[in-house]
Write a protein of this length. Structure first.
Length: 116
């Protein structure tokens, strides 16, 4: 586990879950750009992005995540755990699990014509 700050774009709307004891928590997924920041697919030169699985248990970050939606850019602070996932073609990719205890995001503009 590594304590860290990571920034990326949400790939799903954050969703609320309930554990077996009735306590609620939030989960989300985001994609963080790595390397040169290109948007190319993962290649032999190394990945251009990695998926980040996010979970928050404390009320403040849970409420902050609740206000966000897919496509929002967000920065998270918390313990990072490196992982590897394998796709259907048996290709492995790096990923991170993050327990967010701080969520930072710019609020969306309140204009109806915002296309962000």
């Amino acid at each position: 586990m590594i304590e860290g700050l990571i920034t990326g774009r949400l790939t799903t709307d954050p969703s609320e879950r309930t554990d077996r004891f009735g306590k609620t928590f939030m989960v989300a997924r985001m994609r963080a750009t790595v390397g040169d920041g290109g948007l190319r697919a993962n290649t032999g030169d190394g990945p251009s992005s990695l998926f980040v699985n996010v979970v928050a248990f404390d009320p403040v970050p849970c409420n902050q995540l609740r206000e966000l939606q897919e496509g929002d850019v967000v920065s998270l602070v918390g313990p990072l755990t490196p992982k590897v996932w394998t796709d259907r073609q048996d290709i492995s990719y790096p990923a991170l699990d993050v327990v967010a205890y701080r969520v930072m995001a710019l609020p969306r503009p309140a204009t109806p014509d915002y296309q962000g």
